[in-house]
Design a protein around this ligand. Structure first.
Ligand code: ADP
Ligand code: ZN
Length: 585
């Protein structure tokens, strides 16, 4: 039998599948040949098979590292049913059960062992492994190792050490979302010197992508929903308030809509989801709290009423459309306000160190009695900001939360957190937001943009079903967007090549606008005009017309260091407004 026949045989015997899906065979073959791999395949594409099959075929033991406890348990059950001795080690086990499993492990009773990274050091786990032959380590949800990913887990940083300690076996890393930067992090932080990269299957050809910039978003939604009455669709909005407003708008027009956000009771949420899944309501208005694990394959459209904060979020959310393979529309309603809204939402998550310290002092004063969270959250400052301060304290082990009461973690622990530490992740989030804006304003095929963001090389330059390439279905034209983009994209192209050289003439009308903004800021804050932005910076701004922070910082690297970001926003907003006014007739 040839190698490929053998693989097929195993596939059928152990998994009951007739054939491999795109990419699976290549990954499995690589691993069997002893190569490290990094596979970036979307959710649902069958990543687990890529490590389970080699685990069965390779001699020795396979370790699967995963943060998802329910997944571990399911997979262990499945493997056991198929006659593969396997187990998992996670925090849900009782002390007794843990000891038993460690005993069996030392005896070499298991072929596949799942473990949560937080558990590496439990009960001599690593020592036990040293006495055995580990031939393969599979790292699931590998993006968790990167600060640039969307769910960083510090415990993942220990995996490299584990790999070395168990004799540097073959390593396979698997994830559904990793842009180029995250991919680099994964490889570096796992210590892989050589590896093969597989990225595939991100394209969803039956989804069409549209960016729209209607003057009146509500009107747009109403019109669209009415035109598509009876077709199931989701409208995502950024805040609960917007969800509620949109919901009333639709209901008042007799449209069978449902609503879903985290502020509703769990009972209401279950009912809303159920009604939607069963087709009692056809439109769901929701925050991004909605959608995880919904089982509905015929969603025909997804409207983003507000721009999400990253392409990862966006692509995950639109990925719920058209699971049946039939055409579905993904429409993003862009407006510059969304950029600022998102910035504000991100900022709220990163409180000032002074506030965090003062909250900590209050908790210390309360001492062992603790202080109720509700009491703590009362004050002049917004509840959300206080909440984020408390979250930071919990995250860094300064305080602990038990049944609604906050206690010091260790009595009298000195406060040493710095602003830098608090803000560590903020920069990443802001950069992702910039990328999102760039996507919305891009003049290149949107599908190509998405694929490249996830590091998959598109096989085309125009997909023919996005609002840049032109839409096959309803031929929507976006002339005014194109006009708008003319200005902006010329700017984009230039800022890439030039940091310091002169780049074209300042737009006199825009320069006037910018000077007025500067005046306003100077008046308001008492900061001298030239210290806000000097004339030459304003002139360059008027020439280059930056619309994202990143582009702005390219004009003058000093801007970022001078901490004039707050001013920067006001300028960006004005440039945005200016460009829009100029191009919409
Ligand atoms: P991922 O981890 O990539 O999100 P899973 O490994 O959970 O995806 O697989 C998703 C589904 O696809 C599972 O139900 C699995 O049984 C199925 N599947 C995987 N590989 C194949 C295949 N080659 N043929 C048919 N079904 C498959
Ligand atoms: Zn396209």
């Amino acid at each position: 039998m040839s190698q490929s026949e053998i693989l097929r045989e195993y596939l059928q015997q152990y998994f009951g599948h007739d054939d491999f899906r795109l990419g699976q065979r290549q990954v499995v073959e690589s691993i069997l040949q002893g190569e490290n791999v990094l596979a970036v395949f979307p959710t649902g594409s069958g990543k687990s098979l890529c490590y389970q099959l080699p685990a069965i075929m390779l001699p020795g033991i396979t370790l699967v590292i995963s943060p998802l406890i329910s997944l571990m348990k399911d997979q262990v059950d499945q493997l056991s049913q198929r006659g593969i001795p396997s187990t998992f080690i996670s925090s849900i086990l009782s002390e007794e059960e843990l000891l038993k499993r460690m005993h069996d492990l030392r005896q070499g009773k298991y072929k596949v062992i799942y473990i949560a990274p937080e558990r590496f050091y439990s009960e001599g786990f690593i020592d036990a492994l040293k006495g055995l032959h580990v031939s393969f380590v599979a790292v699931d949800e590998a993006h968790c190792i990167s600060q640039w990913g969307h769910s960083f887990r510090p415990a993942y940083l220990r995996i490299k050490d584990l790999i070395e300690q168990v004799g540097s076996p073959i390593v396979g890393a698997f994830t559904a979302t990793a842009n180029r930067r995250v991919q680099e992090d994964i490889v570096r932080l796992l210590g892989l010197k050589e590896y093969r990269l597989f990225v595939s299957g991100f394209d969803r050809p039956n989804l069409e992508f549209r960016i729209e910039m209607p003057r009146d978003k509500q009107e747009f939604v109403l019109k669209f929903v009415k035109k598509n009455l009876g077709k199931p669709g989701i409208i995502y909005a950024a805040t609960r308030k917007t969800v509620e407003d949109l919901y009333s708008l639709l209901i008042n027009r007799g449209i069978p809509a449902g609503m879903y956000h985290a502020g509703l009771s769990s009972q209401d949420r279950v009912i809303a989801q159920d009604d939607f899944t069963r087709g009692k309501t056809t439109v769901m208005v929701a925050t991004n709290a909605f959608g995880m694990g919904i089982d509905k394959s015929d969603i025909r459209y997804i409207i983003h009423y507000n721009m999400p904060r990253s392409l990862e979020h966006y692509y995950q959310e639109v990925g719920r459309a058209g699971r049946d393979g039939k055409l579905a529309s993904c429409i993003l309603l862009y407006s510059e306000e969304d950029y600022h809204l998102n910035r504000a939402l991100i900022n709220i998550n990163y409180p000032s160190v002074a506030l965090v310290e003062s909250v900590y002092n209050r908790v210390l004063e309360a001492g062992d009695k603790g202080i109720a969270l509700d009491v703590l959250l009362k004050g002049n400052i917004s509840k959300q900001i206080l909440h984020s301060a408390v979250r930071k304290l919990i995250e860094y082990n300064y305080v602990k939360l038990k049944s609604g009461v906050i206690y010091p973690f260790l009595s009298g622990r000195k406060f040493e957190l710095t602003q830098e530490e608090i803000d560590q992740h903020k920069k990443v989030e802001l950069e992702k937001l910039d990328k999102m804006v760039e996507y919305c304003l891009s003049k290149r095929c949107l599908r190509c943009n998405i694929l490249e963001y996830f590091n998959e090389e598109p096989t085309f330059t125009k997909c023919g079903s996005c609002s840049v390439c032109g839409l096959a279905a309803d031929g929507t034209k976006r002339k005014f967007i194109d006009d708008l983009l003319k200005g902006i994209l010329n700017v984009n192209a230039q800022t890439h090549v030039s940091n310091t050289e002169e780049t074209g003439e300042a737009d006199a009308a825009l320069l006037d606008v910018l000077k007025r903004v500067r005046e306003r800021i100077a008046q308001k804050t008492g900061v001298p005009r030239q210290a806000v932005f000097d004339d030459s910076t304003l002139e360059r701004m008027a020439a280059l017309k930056p619309v994202t922070r990143k582009q702005l910082f390219k004009i003058d690297a000093g801007i970022e260091q001078r901490k004039v970001e707050l001013f920067a926003d006001e300028f960006l907003l004005e440039i945005h407004r200016y460009l829009r006014k100029k191009t919409i007739v």
